[in-house]
Ligand binder design. Structure first.
Ligand SMILES: [Zn+2]
Ligand SMILES: [Zn+2]
Length: 308
């Protein structure tokens, strides 16, 4: 952890909220607690989290959307009285820019303002905290409303919170009480794979072709945009043999001709005893293998923290 410091003069830009966040950080608060502390002022908001306002409440002087290349976001260090600036590229879609802004806000909250380039662990934390800011766990859980896993709800979650399908799928798969896996297939290959606690291990890796037995490998059209069916052969997606008989449901939501969202869960599976937390604790003794699967990356963020 690097110390937060401004390059010169007193840090007049630091807000009381940022002071509280940094105190909580020093006190050992986890990312989920830091996120709810920072966003508590916006709890009444029904729609997407107003991420630029949230940035302002933490001392960010301005969020600028300008034409530039080479990074998804830049956090310009504070300079005495002037708070940090966040710069995001005009060319990126709005949902991606929102994620990049949240990621930079997370760096600020985590005190990653030192002179050295952020480490990959710091990047991972910023991704994690940024996602928690945009998708507050309490709101995500109530949006799921104890309904069984449903790929269409993931798409609606992305719409409601103005986040990418990747971020929505990750939050949904992590916070849902039913063990499930959410896979995003792009261009015929597995591009993202989220969740998996309490599920058998997915046998495919990121970049592998979508298996022929999956509905996602069939051409679009005819049967509509969404289909759900029981998986005839669980080895289509999972390592076999399982240690017990189980029937898995595969839902395929075709988002575009080259992009499908696949949700897998076990028919009649009991909910996990405890809700998983953002820190990724795995409840013990629940399922068959209890292993996380594949890639856990959210939206890839390439960013820079630079001096003014
Ligand atoms: Zn970063
Ligand atoms: Zn990845």
């Amino acid at each position: 952890m690097k110390a937060s410091s401004s390059s010169s003069g007193p840090s007049e830009w630091v807000t009381p909220l940022l002071v509280r966040v940094h105190a909580a950080l020093r006190g050992g608060s986890g990312l989920e607690d830091l996120a709810s502390l920072a966003s508590s002022a916006f709890d009444h908001v029904d729609g997407p989290v107003p991420i630029e306002e949230l940035a302002g409440s933490l001392g960010v002087a301005q969020v600028l959307t300008v034409p530039f290349d080479g990074a998804s976001g830049v956090l310009l260090r504070p300079d005495g009285r002037r708070g940090p600036l966040i710069i995001v590229p005009e060319a990126h879609a709005e949902r991606r820019r929102r994620f990049s802004i949240a990621h930079e806000v997370a760096h600020l909250m985590l005190g990653h303002l030192g002179l050295a380039r952020a480490t990959s662990e710091e990047e991972r934390q910023a991704d994690r905290l940024g996602a928690l800011l945009l998708l507050p766990p309490s709101r995500v859980r109530s949006a799921m409303a104890d309904a069984p896993p449903d790929a269409r709800r993931i798409e609606r979650l992305g719409e409601a919170f103005q986040v990418s399908i990747d971020a929505a799928a990750r939050a949904y798969a992590e916070f849902h009480r039913t063990p499930m896996v959410a896979i995003i297939a792009r261009g015929g290959v597995v591009d993202r794979c989220y969740g998996g606690f309490g599920m058998p291990t997915v046998r495919l890796r990121i970049g592998d072709a979508v298996p022929a037995g999956s509905g996602a490998s069939r051409p679009a059209g005819g049967r509509g945009r969404f289909r759900t069916c029981t998986l005839r052969d669980s080895s289509t997606w999972f390592k076999v043999p399982l240690r017990r008989p189980a029937t898995f449901v595969e839902q395929v939501l075709r988002r575009r001709p080259d992009c499908s969202l696949v949700v897998l869960h076990e028919e009649g599976a009991p909910p996990l005893r405890e809700a998983r937390t953002g820190s990724g604790r795995v409840p013990r003794g629940q399922g068959v293998h209890l292993r996380a699967v594949g890639c856990q990356c959210p939206d890839e963020v390439v960013d820079r923290v630079v001096a003014p």
